[in-house]
Structures are given as structure tokens and as C-alpha cells.
Write a protein that binds this ligand. Structure first.
Ligand code: GTQ
Ligand code: FE2
Length: 358
């Protein structure tokens, strides 16, 4: 028996016995730095909005699997139903008079309201009334139904950790026995915990999650404006993270949220982070350069920044440009995996090699 045949037999047996020789896969198992199949990508609001309304015309909420939601599918993930490996992002539409029935699940969610008013998410009986620009949390395992009491549909961005929790085989889901959870109060979390430097002394806030569930637009917008012309982040300009007022940490255990104003004429310097993000261009227009590719965005567009991708944001207009984003950063930080790096070549801006065409 030649050595060659012996070696071949060895590899065959290793494979048959469900084993793998690390020396053949070291490049894959241990790349020098994160290598991701996740692609930067942009979804146009004109398409998202039109198709959401089309779904509203064609698909009743019961047949839409209880939620009329169109999820972003990252073109780099081979058809996996996810915007990044960890994040699900989507548009959801609820029409006048509809109630998306009550359920709960171990994945956590956020809603960021794009269009509409007089629509609510009922969280364990607290009817959180939503308007444009509000950030509403649905922490893990909270009962929730959504209802539209307006004469116009509401459309919002959903952000969930579905792909992460799914890959961890940690997904639980349960329907509530009734269509909706009995409403016990209106805007309760907001009235008790909405002024975040004041805590009600007569009650113990929940320890396992943010006591505040609706982060209203008005104070958020005000904070963005207050900075005026003052210095801010070289990478993100005026950028705030939403906080759990109890812990000062991220709003959810798996996801953080930011709101950012790129002031007129600003082009930020590039950086990269061990995290993935989905952005919503909430208002105004501008562009982001992601790994050398220019993504022009307008109001309502969604785009993905993959892990460890160089990215910078610009507002070449003389108007307002506001970006909302969700990130999986809390996961990376909890596991001790978070890193970030600034782009130090030249003036800190990437060379634009191509422009994205959707
Ligand atoms: O609104 O409850 O986009 O359960 C995905 C799963 C929305 C929701 C999504 C959900 C919901
Ligand atoms: Fe849900």
C-alpha cells in the first residue's frame, strides 16, 4: 500500500466518522480578521412603501401570519431570511381598524415609526400610542398586539434579533388565547419613566428590561438639535444611543439603537466595528460610503452596514439628514468580541470605487 493510498483512506475515514482535519480548514476557521458574506445593500423607500401598501390590499392580516411584514433579505446570505446574520429588519403595515393579534416570543423587537398616527402597540396591557419618529420596544417574552385607530394605515420599521436567536436554537413563540391582551393603561411606561432623570419612588421598576417602552420623537429630535454647531463624533456626527434608563445600557440585551443627525455639509471619517447594522434614512438625503461603495439615500430608504466594513456618512445638502439604526453591538460587547478601528489613511475618507444601483 503506497503512502498516497493510505493518506486517501485516512481522509475518507475521517470524513465518514464525521470529523474534520483542522489543518485543511484553518483559513476558514481562523481568518485574520472578520470575513463576512453579508453584503452592504440598500432598499428604496419607494419600493418598500408601494409593496407594503400592495400587501395591505392583497393580504388580510390573518393570512399574513398575523403580521403584515416584508423582511429585508440580504443578497449575500444565500436566501437566509435576514438583513445581517443577527438582525431581522422589515416594514410592517397595519390598516385602519385592524388588530394584529397578540403573541409573544423570545426574540426581542423594536419598532421605529415612519408613517401614521393613532396606532398602538399593546405591551402586556400598556397601550403605547405611536407617532412618526417614536421608538417602541418589545422586549423578549412581552405579550404584544398592534392596532390602528386612525383612518390612515401606519407603516413602521421592525428590528428583531430573529436570525441570532434562531441560530442559537433559542426561539420560543406563543399565541395569546384571545385576539388582544386586556388593556390596563395608556402610555403607562411613558408617563412613569419617560422623564429619564426622574424615577417614580412608589414603584419598583422591572429589573430585567427597560421600564420605558416608548421613546417619543419630540425629546429625541430636541436632543439632536441642541448640539447646534458644537463638536460631535468624527465618525457619526451628532449621534445618540437610546438607553435603558435603569441601567444606562442598551435598550435591549441583544440590540442597540441610535439616532443620528448628519449636519449639512458634513462628511464623517470612516471607521469599522465588530457589529452589523441596519439603517433607516428617517429624513433628508445624503450618502454613505461602505467599503468603497457609495450608497445614496433618500427619506425612507433602508441600508445595511456589514460587520467590520469601513463606513462613513455624508450630508451634501443644506437640509436635515437624520439616520435611525439598529445594531447587534450588545451581543458583541457581552461576549467580549467588540472592536472598532478608525480609518487613518489620507483625510480619513475612503476612495469611492463604485456607486450602488439598486
Ligand atoms: O410585530 O410582532 O417583523 O413578531 C417579525 C416578528 C414583527 C411583530 C416582525 C414579529 C413582529
Ligand atoms: Fe411579535
Amino acid at each position: 500500500m503506497s503512502t498516497n493510498t493510505e493518506t486517501e483512506a485516512f481522509y475518507r475515514e475521517v470524513d465518514e466518522k464525521h470529523l474534520v482535519p483542522l489543518w485543511n480548514i484553518t483559513q476558514d476557521a481562523l481568518p485574520a480578521e472578520p470575513r463576512t458574506p453579508v453584503k452592504p445593500h440598500l432598499w428604496r423607500w419607494a419600493d418598500l412603501r408601494r409593496l407594503a401598501h400592495r400587501a395591505g390590499d392583497l393580504v388580510p392580516i390573518e393570512r399574513g401570519g398575523e403580521r403584515r411584514v416584508l423582511g429585508l433579505v440580504n443578497p449575500g446570505l444565500g436566501g437566509k431570511h435576514a438583513a445581517t446574520r443577527t438582525l431581522w429588519a422589515a416594514v410592517q403595515i397595519v390598516k385602519p381598524g385592524e388588530i394584529a393579534p397578540c403573541h409573544r416570543h423570545s426574540p426581542s423587537a423594536i419598532r421605529f415609526i415612519i408613517e401614521g398616527d393613532r396606532t398602538y402597540t399593546n405591551l402586556n396591557g400598556d397601550k403605547c400610542v405611536m407617532s412618526r419618529g417614536d421608538l417602541v420596544l418589545t422586549p423578549s417574552w412581552d405579550w404584544h398586539d398592534h392596532g390602528c385607530e386612525s383612518d390612515e394605515p401606519m407603516i413602521w420599521m421592525d428590528g428583531l434579533d430573529l436570525p441570532l436567536v434562531g441560530d442559537l436554537d433559542a426561539t420560543f413563540f406563543e399565541m395569546y388565547p384571545d385576539h388582544r391582551f386586556p388593556i390596563t393603561d395608556v402610555n403607562e411606561s411613558e408617563r412613569k419613566f419617560g422623564v429619564t432623570h426622574l424615577r417614580p419612588t412608589w414603584e419598583k421598576p422591572p429589573e430585567d428590561r427597560s421600564p420605558l417602552l416608548n421613546f417619543k420623537w419630540e425629546p429625541t429630535y430636541d436632543a439632536l438639535q441642541r448640539i447646534g454647531e458644537g463638536p460631535a463624533s468624527p465618525h457619526d456626527d451628532v449621534c445618540f444611543e437610546y438607553l435603558n434608563p435603569n441601567t444606562g445600557g442598551p435598550v435591549l440585551t441583544t440590540m442597540s439603537c441610535t439616532i443620528q443627525r448628519v449636519r449639512p455639509g458634513v462628511r464623517t471619517q470612516a471607521h469599522r466595528q465588530v457589529q452589523s447594522s441596519v439603517y433607516l434614512a428617517f429624513s433628508g438625503s445624503g450618502y454613505s460610503v461602505i467599503d468603497g461603495q457609495r450608497f445614496d439615500w433618500e427619506e425612507g430608504d433602508f441600508f445595511v452596514v456589514p460587520p467590520w466594513a469601513w463606513h462613513e456618512h455624508a450630508n451634501p445638502t443644506d437640509g436635515e439628514a437624520i439616520l435611525f439604526a439598529i445594531h447587534d453591538t450588545p451581543v458583541m460587547k457581552a461576549l467580549g468580541l467588540y472592536r472598532e478601528e478608525s480609518y487613518t489613511e489620507g483625510d480619513g475618507h475612503q476612495e469611492i470605487r463604485e456607486t450602488f444601483e439598486p
